[in-house]
Write a protein that binds this ligand. Structure first.
Ligand code: ADP
Ligand code: MN
Ligand code: MN
Ligand code: MN
Length: 432
């Protein structure tokens, strides 16, 4: 079962302290957020985008904002829970709200709920009810107070996980005693691309044209290089507030593209945190009037794609002698390359070309400090003889439940035949 994210006492205290303040993310933050280009390609603030946010010059709208930011905790024990689930495409996040009689600290205190699966591509019209099981809770950075975001997974009324419920199988694998004993850590680097909503072209790019070639944008500052920082930063703080184990952010090589990292997280928590962080990002970009895409190669050509590198270690890898364990894990991974590739995201073949810091989708490779490999081992891990490996293959639109559980399965539960192992060891120059 998922864990509660903040110790309850701390949570309550924090809420009391800040209960007279407005919700931490308010729509008036978005006034200066966006950069667009006029016809000559010079960046300008966009009045159009501003109008899409709730803030407006009209007094009526401002009064709505007051209500949105109102702290209801002094007046009612009731809270709002936003139930979140993965929709029928396997990448869309859906949510709806309901009132809960009093604040809760654990998902088991929450009722199951249902939704119309025929509207999310997850059930036929004549038998459309899908049941939501609450699995993890986070503080709601949009509503503030005691309100919560609830990560759920989906079941038939008979209690069977529906096909798009990838969490159920992942939780089974990750609760295998062999896996639990190895305390698997995951550090996930979620890359994403921001698009101008009307033209679906990257944020900061001149409409109908391209910016200068890649080089100056990665980890940059400046109005001609960094596009969408306020979104990245608002998301960072919102995630910290929510209780997501976000560990950093950076601007990416392709302008308009960003990354944040979540982890190290243990087991199923990694997937819950990534899904909740994606939901928060959808909400923030919605407020900003910018479109989020997790497409692995949003722009063809000489532009970096978007991945979701998954850093992985087990207890044995983190302890002395761990490098040998890492090499054995790499060997297993090489023998299941196809299984992994087919589970690592739609459209990943457009990204894993062997260029732009990727390895070719067709061949498995590994290397120390080599960003052109399927699996990279850090210099630090090699030097210390222990640490972790980075699987660089997952696409930005991968399902973290699938990727984290598959890594555990392949490296901790699956065993190749001796012949296959010997052959692979020779091919990869790996002695185990
Ligand atoms: P990169 O150098 O590839 O850009 P990042 O710094 O973006 O790497 O991300 C590395 C991620 O790996 C971080 O989320 C970090 O918390 C995580 N990490 C660090 N140590 C471990 C470990 N032992 N096991 C798993 N993940 C780890
Ligand atoms: Mn990174
Ligand atoms: Mn990156
Ligand atoms: Mn990386």
């Amino acid at each position: 079962m998922a864990q509660i994210l903040a110790p309850s006492i701390q949570w309550q205290m924090k809420i009391t302290k800040s209960s007279h303040k407005a919700s931490p993310i308010t729509s008036n933050m978005w006034g200066s957020l966006l950069v667009r280009h006029d016809k000559k390609g010079a960046p300008t603030n966009s009045a159009k985008f501003r109008a899409l946010a709730i803030k407006a010059e009209s007094g009526v709208v401002n009064r709505i904002e007051k209500l949105l930011n109102m702290d209801i905790t002094p007046y009612t024990d009731k809270i709002i829970a936003e139930y979140i689930w993965v929709g029928g495409t396997g990448i869309d996040v859906r949510s709806k709200s309901r009132t809960i009689p009093k604040p809760v600290e654990h998902p088991s205190e929450l009722p199951k709920w249902n939704y119309d699966g025929s509207s999310t591509g997850q059930a036929p019209g004549e038998d459309s009810e899908v049941i939501l099981y609450p699995q993890a809770i986070f503080k709601d950075p949009f509503r503030g107070g005691n309100n919560i975001l609830v990560i759920c997974d989906s079941y038939t009324p008979a209690g069977e996980p529906i096909p798009t419920n990838k969490r159920h199988r992942a939780a089974e694998i990750l609760s295998n005693p062999k896996v639990i004993a190895e305390v698997p850590w995951y550090g996930i680097e979620q890359e994403y691309t921001l698009l101008q909503s009307n033209v679906k072209w990257p944020l900061g790019w001149p409409v109908g044209a391209y910016p200068g070639p890649q080089g100056p944008y990665y980890c940059s500052a400046g109005a001609d290089k960094s596009f969408g920082r306020d979104i990245s930063d608002a998301h960072y703080k919102a995630c910290l507030y929510a209780g997501i184990n976000i560990s950093g952010t950076n601007g990416e090589v392709m302008p308009g593209q960003w990354e944040y990292q979540v982890g190290p997280s243990v087991g199923i928590e990694a997937g819950d945190h990534i899904w909740c962080s994606r939901y928060i990002l959808e909400r923030i970009t919605e407020q900003a009037g910018v479109v989020l895409t997790l497409d692995p190669k949003p722009i063809e050509g000489d532009w970096n794609g978007a991945g979701c590198h998954t850093n992985f270690s087990t207890k044995s890898m983190r302890e002395d002698g761990g490098y040998e364990v890492i090499k054995k894990a790499i060997l297993n991974l090489s023998l299941r390359h196809l299984e992994h590739i087919s589970a690592y995201g739609e459209g990943n073949e457009r990204r894993l070309t062997g260029k732009h810091e990727t390895a070719s989708i067709d061949t498995f490779s590994w290397g120390v400090a080599n960003r052109g490999c399927s699996i990279r081992v850090g210099r630090d891990t090699e030097q210390k003889g222990k640490g972790y490996l980075e699987d660089r293959r997952p696409a930005s639109n991968m399902d973290p439940y699938v990727v984290t559980s598959l890594l555990a399965e392949t490296t901790l539960l699956w065993e190749p035949t001796l012949e296959a192992e010997a052959l692979a060891a020779q091919k990869l120059s790996l002695k185990v």
